[in-house]
Design a protein around this ligand. Sequence first.
Ligand SMILES: Cc1ncc(COP(=O)(O)O)c(C=O)c1O
Length: 384
Amino acid sequence: MRDFIARRVADVPPSGIRRFFDIAATMDDVISLGIGEPDFVTPDPILASGIKSLQLGETHYTSNSGILELRQALSSHLDRLYGVSYNPESELLITVGVSEALYLALTAIIDPGDEVIVPTPCFVSYQPEVVFAGGTPIALRTQVEDSFQVSAQAVADLITPRTKALLIGYPNNPTGAVMTRDRLAELAQLAEQHDLLVISDEIYDRLVYDHQHVCFAALPGMRERTITLGGFSKDYAMTGWRIGYAAAPEAVLGGLRKVHQYTIMSAPTVSQFAALEALKSGEEHVQRMLAEYDRRRRLIVDGLNELGLTTFEPHGAFYAFPSIETSGMDDEQFADRLLQEEKVAVVPGNAFGAGGFVRCSYATDYEQIEEALERMMRFMQRHG
Ligand SMILES: Cc1ncc(COP(=O)(O)O)c(C=O)c1O
């Protein structure tokens, strides 16, 4: 029988994160610093609102764009937080997580052979999704010495007549980096100069420490050339509800809505009601979870640095990204051996396009992180 899988799908390697979860799942007593999702259960009022919607019989499709009340609440939320205004009728689309919003954005804008510049290290899906949409991802490696910032000059060097978009994700998974306003403003200028679209994945926008999140679309002139992707999974501990959104000017959002109409129809109804409640009453819970992440962030960053695993100070999301150079291993070996010898799961940086580092999530109980650090100390005493 011939191979039915399309070349562009076959050529993309499987996600480097899953392999470690699969191994870890077969072992007892593993501490996982591997998982990129909140350990918190969705806050009670949000849960209750989802349950109530089901009891009230809200079990049908919604409008393709999502329930209007949610879009209205989201529009006010973005305006209040970032001063950027989207028409709830035509410029906001409720999606199945940021995952779907990303898929829609790329599918809607990419013609065969279009290039999308993707700064790395980055979320595992960015480059494969550009490929699935028929485009070519052009990776741009950011450096720890430059606090994993994207340099406009480095982007400019990669621009060709085929470049259509820049795909950025800050606060960043896996590094925890946030981009400074100045650096973002330089990218904005470049986007203007070269007539580029910017897809800005801001799923961790509320999870920033000692920092003000800068919404890319709120920079002068950028609303018209930005697709903002945002969600509820991380900020409100709602990964399993599969709910997110895309915000863009009408002409662009219409393209995303068309793909969404034909592939998804509407995001889960129960989750839309829960997301509405998250916007109404979730703030105190966001702040509570953020304070706890911050406590863990200090523990893990200090702890890793003390082990000789030099760790960049993360200012957002819930990841630490230590260099594992002093171990004398590459990141795959390090993660493999740490799992086998001390039963601590971390993700090799390679999965995100940055060998020489591992990603340690601190969306894990404080005491578990303490125990993981002790195990890592034993590991480094043997291998450091
Ligand atoms: C940067 C980034 N974007 C998007 C996603 C996908 O999120 P969602 O659960 O909303 O699909 C993740 C999940 O890990 C992420 O880290």
